[in-house]
Design a protein around this ligand. Structure first.
Ligand code: GLN
Length: 483
């Protein structure tokens, strides 16, 4: 069976016109999953039975003339987002058999919108990584070249969308985990402003950086999914009571009057020449569409990697202290309490997670706290101010999503530093808390290149407008991998 080529908005029109039912659409996705999952391995759990029940419900709603743009639409959900009654593993041995008794806020919203969940997507363990190779369960393969990584940590979500297993997906992004895999798989991936989407029910990695966001086939779908998940939630005290606009309203085909900054520090040494050429062409296209481009400088960019790898592990070391074998998750039955805890954590966590816990514990320990953690927080403030200043001059900033195209599976697995470098262009955005979207911007030898568009706090509309205008003027988003 060939894939369903519909985007969410196309499928919605067909569902509304009763030319297609959600059951048919869902069955097509499940069939596609059965067919290609052995090759791409994007999903940890396939929820076929509940999906068909949800699809039947959706068809009923649609028959009554009810429902909205996501009603009856099959989606994949990153396995770090709690789904009531459905195993949520974080791709870790620690949570391999964990079944949450509640739904994350975003799942409540998607359920209320009548969406269908076809599966839970593979990821780097606890969202730590850039390739899904850190999944304790299995590695996901890039549908554009099965020997290459799909990016990470939301690699399973990106592949599910790129390969047609689902029409859209949710991921989470702490330092690039939505945008980098979106770039690597040639789909659209958006990290909202910190506080735009509730983190209630998102298994915590680094709480001051984490955000949930959509991965979709095009920009219109991205706007529709953001409409559904954004908004304040009293259970997440960091979610902000800003009104949620209708993001589809900002999608205009030209960029007249837009001021776009091109920060030179992002066009870094080590960037592949193919990526650099694709970016040059993309910037030219933005100018053709009416934007005024200007080179600018964000001089603290170079500190972002260091700041991130102090703050994120520090928060992770605190957040992951809860996995002690007592409350939930994997538990080793030792002779003493200490042995039980030690062995639980030794066996339950993989090497990258342990590395982060150790880095964070060290950075937060008495005597080192001021030198590492406090210093990193100060530099974080400087980075944020630098973005604030840039957005006084520009409506958006444009950079590559990653300096390279997808690399081979195994190529960087033993070199954590090389792996950390795949996120140099995305980490600063989480540090500043601003929104950014990655969209398809070309190919190098058949491998995708992503372009990142960064905006001011709570100006998702603006970056979606730039993304949409570029998308309408190009064909990249229409290319699909041949699996
Ligand atoms: N790759 C980065 C890391 O390993 C970012 C991960 C993320 O955004 N969750 O921490």
């Amino acid at each position: 069976m060939t894939r369903m080529q519909y985007t969410i908005h196309e499928a919605h029109q067909l569902l509304k016109a009763k030319k297609l039912s959600s059951v048919e659409l869902t069955q097509a996705c499940l069939e596609r999953i059965r067919q290609i999952e052995p090759k791409v391995k994007a999903l940890v759990t396939v929820t076929d039975k509940p999906a068909l029940e949800q699809a039947q419900q959706a068809d009923k709603l649609i028959a009554e003339g009810k429902g909205g743009p996501l009603t009856g639409i099959p989606l994949a959900i990153k396995d770090v987002i709690c789904t009531k009654g459905v195993r949520t593993t974080c791709s870790s041995k620690m949570l391999e058999n964990f079944v949450p008794p509640y739904n994350a806020a975003v799942m409540e919203k998607l359920n209320a919108a009548g969406a269908v969940m076809v599966g839970k997507a593979n990821m780097d363990e606890f969202a730590m990584g850039s390739s899904t190779e850190n999944s304790a369960l299995f590695t996901t393969h890039n549908p554009w070249d099965l020997e290459r990584v799909p990016g990470g940590s939301s690699g399973g979500s990106a592949v599910a969308v790129a390969a047609g297993e689902a029409l859209g997906a949710l991921g989470s992004d702490t330092g690039g985990s939505i945008r980098q895999p979106a770039g690597f798989c040639s789909v659209v991936g958006l990290k909202p402003t910190y506080g735009r989407v509730s983190r209630y029910g998102l298994v915590a990695f680094a709480s001051s950086l984490d955000q949930i966001g959509p991965l979709t086939q095009d920009v219109t779908d991205c706007a529709l999914m953001l409409n559904a998940i954004a908004g304040q939630d009293k259970r997440d005290s960091t979610s902000i009571p800003e009104i949620v606009p209708d993001y589809t309203q900002s999608l205009k085909p030209d960029l007249k009057g837009m001021r776009i900054g091109v920060p030179k520090e992002y066009y870094v040494e080590g960037m592949q020449t193919g990526v650099s050429a694709a970016m040059k062409a993309a910037l030219h296209k933005l100018e053709e569409l009416g934007a005024k481009l200007e080179e600018t400088s964000l001089p603290h960019t170079g500190y972002s990697l260091a700041v991130y790898y102090i703050i994120a592990p520090s928060e992770a070391s605190a957040n992951l202290a809860r996995y002690d074998g007592v409350k939930y998750g994997y538990s080793y039955a030792g002779d003493t309490m200490w042995e039980s805890m030690e062995k639980t954590r030794e066996n339950g966590f993989g090497p990258e997670v342990k590395r982060r816990i150790m880095l964070g514990t060290y950075a937060l320990s008495a005597g080192y706290y001021d030198a590492w953690y406090v210093k990193a927080q100060k530099v974080r403030t400087l980075i944020r101010r630098e973005f604030d200043a840039a957005f006084e001059k520009y409506d958006a900033l444009v950079t590559p999503t990653s300096p390279t195209v997808p690399f081979k599976i195994g190529e960087r697995a033993d070199d954590p530093l090389a792996m950390y470098l795949s996120d140099v262009c995305t980490l600063p955005i989480n540090i500043a808390g601003v929104p950014a979207v990655s969209i398809p911007a070309g190919f190098v030898d058949g491998l995708p290149v992503g372009m990142q568009i960064i905006g001011k706090h709570f100006k998702e509309e603006t970056i979606l407008r730039v993304a949409y205008a570029y998308e309408q003027a190009t064909e990249w988003h229409k290319k699909k991998p041949n699996v």
